[in-house]
Design a protein around this ligand. Structure first.
Ligand code: ATP
Length: 338
């Protein structure tokens, strides 16, 4: 029997994201691996100095299909304890898939500002060391590196499962280091999460697994009845609504997990080894799906060991090695010997 609190926590961790303009800083650009890969330029001072949007606390509403995400980072502040991250609501993408490549624009969704993470269990070896970078709304980014290089730590910092030892992380202009604990669930509603091991509820059907992510955040039956079939159509599982996870292939289970992660239309989707348990052909299908989701305006960050995928897709690559940022390239390649 699945622990309900645990399941709720997991379900709450799946959903939505954000534009933000944190303090000035440069992107790291390291040695190129390939002539086609370009190092990323420094952030223009004008953009870096733009005032950060502030939290107010409204729950992120669901956009109607066809509405455009707003990524201009110019939302005003309305402080209060009644809600969180109002900027998210205006940045939520729709689920209608357009075959139009979304260009990164506006303010950063994620900013790492000299971030170091040291686990108490290994105090002399930072798992991440002095990482500074920015990821913009609409980007598709691969996070690569050997086992133990710090990829999962990087992702756990974004969802505030961990806090940095030094430095600051901004999500939609919110400094996660100073974010109060009561606001964290609201942050996580806006970050869809996909994991290598799917983390589906075994006793629930496909429909129920996805619906659960909406139930725990109080969505109405009407919204659930509308959005769950829609998102399951998007991931190609409209014929499997009543199957349980053990009646599905690995690729189908990962599609359910992706559907659950995006059903609340998060602006940010983070995936930790999403194809780690899948064969190459199924992996390609999952990556195609993530690309389609990205085209709807969702910012996608994928931590992976999948060299072939990274080399084929030629998206931005951020490389970690022993906790150090060693490369940040547009249209990059995997670049490590395996
Ligand atoms: N809870 C922890 N306590 C102590 N050290 C940890 C903890 N979690 C991770 N580490 C260490 O931090 C470093 C980075 O680990 P992390 O899991 O982020 O790497 P990774 O790149 O995701 O690896 P993998 O690809 O194998 O998942 C490693 O040296 C690891 O041993």
């Amino acid at each position: 029997m699945t622990n309900t609190n645990d399941a709720q926590r997991r379900a709450q961790e799946s959903t939505g994201a954000i534009p933000a303009v944190p303090p000035a800083q440069g992107r790291h650009a390291a040695a190129g691996q390939d002539a086609a890969a370009t190092s990323r330029p420094a952030v223009p001072a004008e953009r870096a100095m733009r005032p950060r949007p502030q939290a107010t606390g409204a729950m992120p509403p669901v956009n109607t299909p066809g509405s455009a995400p707003a990524h201009n980072g110019s939302h005003s502040k309305a402080p209060g304890r009644t809600g969180v991250l109002p900027d998210l609501s205006t940045s939520l993408p729709t689920l209608s898939v357009e075959d139009v490549q979304q260009q990164p624009m506006g303010a950063p969704v994620i900013t790492f500002d000299h971030v170091t993470k040291v686990y108490p269990a290994q105090p002399n070896k930072p798992s991440l060391h002095d990482i500074s970078l920015q990821i913009y709304a609409g980007e598709f980014v691969f996070l690569v590196g050997h086992s133990g290089s710090g990829k999962s730590t990087f992702i756990k910092l974004i969802t505030r499962e961990l806090k940095p030892t030094d430095g600051h992380i901004f999500i939609a202009g919110e400094d996660l280091s100073t974010m109060r604990n009561w606001r964290v669930p609201y942050l996580r509603r806006n970050i869809g999460c996909v994991f290598q091991d799917f983390k589906l509820l075994p006793n629930k059907t496909v429909f129920e697994n996805v619906a659960f992510a909406l139930e725990v955040i109080g969505k109405s039956r009407h919204v659930i009845k509308t959005q769950v079939p829609e998102v399951l159509r998007l991931v190609g599982l409209q014929d499997k609504l009543n199957k349980r996870p053990d009646q599905l292939s690995g690729g189908e289970q990962q599609r359910v997990s992706i559907a659950r992660a995006i059903v609340n239309r998060p602006p940010l989707l983070v995936c930790d080894e999403p194809t780690g348990n899948l064969d190459p052909q199924t992996s390609r299908g999952i990556m195609d799906l993530l690309e389609r989701i990205n085209r709807t305006g969702t910012t996608v960050l994928v931590a992976t060991h999948d060299r072939e995928m990274v080399d084929n897709m030629r998206r931005r690559v951020i490389a970690l090695d022993s906790g150090q940022l060693t490369r940040d390239q547009d249209r990059g390649v995997y670049g490590f010997d395996v």
